[in-house]
Write a protein that binds this ligand. Sequence first.
Ligand SMILES: [Fe+2]
Length: 287
Amino acid sequence: MIYITGDIHGDLDIHKLTSEIFREGSELTREDYVIICGDFGLRWDDSPEELHWLEWLDNKPWTTLWIDGNHENFYMLEEYDFEEWHGGKVQFITPNIIHLCRGEMFDIDGLKFYCFGGAESHDKEFRRVGISIWREEVPSPEEIEHGRQTLEEYGWKADIVITHSMPDHIQNEVFKPGTYASNILTQFLDEVDEKLKYKLWFSGHYHFSKTFDNRHFFIYNDIVKLTDEGFERVVPKKARTKYIDVLPEIFPEPVGEETADDTDGFAECAQEESSAEPEIPYTNEAE
Ligand SMILES: [Fe+2]
């Protein structure tokens, strides 16, 4: 089985992976995968808390895969060796926690996953370079070119796209102008979206879970499971009020009603943003 979820920000949003919430998780094996769409954040400062949660995650029965977001300590990340895994380049953070590198294609359970991490922070003025923000958050031209070459090698075909940023045109359609910057990555993702033949695209970063159209999905605290037909949501199972009942200390108050567009099994997620991201106006109603 392959599951996909959004940002965990170190221990801040990792609770979605507890057995109380992600109930299926306890029955998985190392041949099952949970993919985190960036802002992994457990390679940040080597604090005792961080190491505790890293070990906690490593001890989960599944294998965790993650792409980088903008909230990663890229200086720490560059200390890890690169290895080949399922057709692409990775870094083993622990035996069971694997960083999927930018612009790589992976063959997992017969599906081709094209992965490209990175994003541009929009709260740079509150961050210090090398302490809480790293220039490497936005891919270099060389990384972009590598990602393009990978797609050339695969004839611009994949099954699933995993990114932290959405393409430029989606950002522009969903958010107020200037909320999220256009940059070398989002522009490249425009190109990917136009040229690549793929089925589903999942992106973290924006801190909500929402269907954009029948191929692009924002994901945050929801967890979805890939199926033969596409995917099904496994967290939260139903209305978010149930979610709150499970862990009241994590979700202290209701943040709204279940949306009416829940027919595709992918409604808005349960938790509003707790970090420094701005409020996000969602202007495009899900189909
Ligand atoms: Fe994030």
